[in-house]
Structures are given as C-alpha cells and as structure tokens.
Design a protein around this ligand. Sequence first.
Ligand SMILES: [Zn+2]
Ligand SMILES: [Zn+2]
Length: 387
Amino acid sequence: MSDVQSYANEPSKKKGELIWANIIFFGLSFLAAVTLVPWYGMEYGYHWSTWMWGIGLWLFSSTSISMGYHRLWSHRAYEANAFLRGLLAFGGCLALQNSALHWSSDHRMHHKHVDHDEKDPYSASLGFWHSHIGWILKRRDNGRYNEQYDRCPDLKRQKIVMFQHKYYWVLSIGLNVAVPALLGLAYGHFWEMMLVAGVFRLVWSHHLTFFINSLAHIWGSRPYTEENSARDNFILAVLTGGEGYHNYHHKFQLDYRNGIRWWHFDPSKWWIKSLSWIGVTKNLKVAPAHKIERAKAETLLLKAKEKTAHLPNAEEIMQKLHDEYDQLVAHMAEFYEAKKAWIESKKADLAHEIAEEKAHLIENYEQFKLKLEEQKLNWMKLARQYA
Ligand SMILES: [Zn+2]
Ligand SMILES: [Zn+2]
C-alpha cells in the first residue's frame, strides 16, 4: 500500500456529478495558455513589459494566497492590519481561487481530515489528478457545497473577508479582465497583455498552487511526521513562494513559517517577518523549538524501527536506538530549560548582587548546548545507519 492512507471507499471516486462550468473554464484557459500564447509569441513576438507584468501579477496573487488565504485566514498564524488584509483580499480575487472564506473552510477541512477519502476535499489518497484539479471539476457529496462555513466563525466576523466573499465573483472576474485590459491599453499591447498577464499568468499560478495539494503530498521528504502524506520539497517551495515545506506545515500548522531555517526559501515568511518590524503584522506564531526537534528525532526513530524490524538482531538495534533517543530527549529538556532560564534572566531587571547567578545561567546554557550538540551527532550517526 502507498504511504497515503486508503479508507477503501472506492465507489466514492465515481459518484458525484461533473461541474461543467469549471470543466469548461479550466479546460479552455489551459488550452489557450498552451496554444494561443506560444502561437502569438512566434507570430508577433512579446514586449518585455508584458512578461514583467505577467510575472508581477503572478507573484502578487500567489503571495496573497500564501500569506493571506493560507497563513493569515486559514491558520491565523499571525495578525495583519486592515491595509494588508485589504491588499491580500484584493490579490486573492486576482488569483481566482474562490473567496478567502470558502478557501479557508476547505483548507481547515483538509488539515483536520488529511488523506481521508471522503472528508479531505483534496485528499491525496485519491491520486494525483483528484488532489490537483479533479476535486474542483466534480461535485462530491461531502457537505462542502451547502455549508454555512461553520468551520470559520472567526472569519465570518471579519468585515474584509465577508465583503470579499459577498462580491467575490464580480470582483474577481472584473479584475481578471480589467487589470490586463487596462495595462494592455496603457502599453499599447492589448492582446499580448490579455494573453500573458491575463490567461497565461492565471493558468500558471493556478497549477502551481494546485501542486501543493497534489505533488506536495506525493513528492519529497517527510522529516517531521509520517502520519500523513505531506512532503517537504524545495523545488515546490521555490515555485510557490515557500509553500513547499508541506510536511513541516502539516505537523505545525499554526507556525507562520513553512520553511523554518533562515535559508529555507520562504518569501511569505520573509514578508510577514519584515512587515512585523513596521507594525503591519503582529503576534507571529512559531512552534516551540524543542517540539520541532523532538518531532524530527521521533520520526527518525520510527523510520529506523521500521527499516530494521526484519533484521535478525532487530531487538539489539532497537535497544541501542532507544537508549540514544532517550538520552537525546533528556539533553533537549536540559538545554531548553537552561535556555528559558537564561532568557528570562535577561528580561528581568536583575540586581547587581545576583549577577553571579546570571553568569551561572549563561554557563549552564552553554554547557547544555554543547552536550546537546554532541548527543545530536551521536544520535544522527546511529539513526542514519538504519533509517
Ligand atoms: Zn496539505
Ligand atoms: Zn495549511
């Protein structure tokens, strides 16, 4: 069986009526993007400004989905001021992926029931096609179509979200036509702007976002959890403004970051963090470092266990793995405790006479840090042999 959990609901793949409006729209736009766009280019050529606007509108709309629909509204991983919320709602209209309220409702369902054939709207358990786009083309009876957005009472109280939801189709269709048309008129390249900044940009950004539901549940590594099919994938992170660290995201969905190391390619994280320095965003949530480290070690332990279970000396290996793992967890606890004590002492306005105590805390912290680093090396050396 694949890593994706199957709930043996084979008939569910077949039932459900086709949504013709979506089939025609996605079919025609895709066809135009792969035929008309290259044909026009070969026949008449494109001006560089057309591609500049195409790329600009793609980045703006996909960042609105990642920073807005996903991290701000679906997960409430940070807070944003009204200006940024308005801008993200506007960009969400250009992305043409339904309203923030609708998108978030689906997405909360996805996290809650990930990989469940019926309850996950774009479950990877039903294969690439279904999780990529099939779920948009076919109505399935899982309560998504007559819902009252009960999963999002918080969003129902937000004026910007509800305004966007109410006027979504007028706004998004209007903007997707008006923005490239006005740009085309302004630059005197009407048709090429319609094709590139309108059609091609939309199809391109649609499918890249859809890859997070499909490819990011199929292709990549699972360092933080193997309980679901979500993967970390650098290439997808680059293509989707940081959304490709999907294994981490499914484990720690409240974190405003998807790529947690400073060098992980996650522009949405960089935007959110930078905007917090000027007060546009605030209350950025991050998962506690010890929980992240522990999840990684636990996943490695499980992988090693699984891979060695059939060996004749499995019991002996298991014992060794457990010993090293237990030591690692103990060192982690010591280190994070010492770190917490040190940080608290830095915050507190300590009197001069307890400076000695402060020095002791720093010493403790440094010492436990070294011990943990050493144990991490031992652990990795052992676990990597088997995992
Ligand atoms: Zn997912
Ligand atoms: Zn999510």
